[in-house]
Unconditional design. Sequence first.
Length: 94
Amino acid sequence: MAKRRNFTANFKSKVAIEALKERLTLAELAQKHDLHPNQISSWKRDLLEGSKEVFKIKRGPKPSAQEEKEAKLYQQIGQLQFELDWLKKKHKQV
């Protein structure tokens, strides 16, 4: 019984990009990488469909560690203030 081969994402993307360049035919690429042409077509289609996600990611300056720490502390302060106000209301009712 033949063992199923697993390919890394890096290998799949490399082959799919080669297919997009169209310097070799699918049959030539398949022979070069010991794959079936349908597999290469599938990876090429997946690459094209997934490429939309790359441009959805917002690029810009990432918050520094100090900014992240401050944001977390402000969130904790807000949560504690909310809990304190709630406890004061409950204490007055008792």
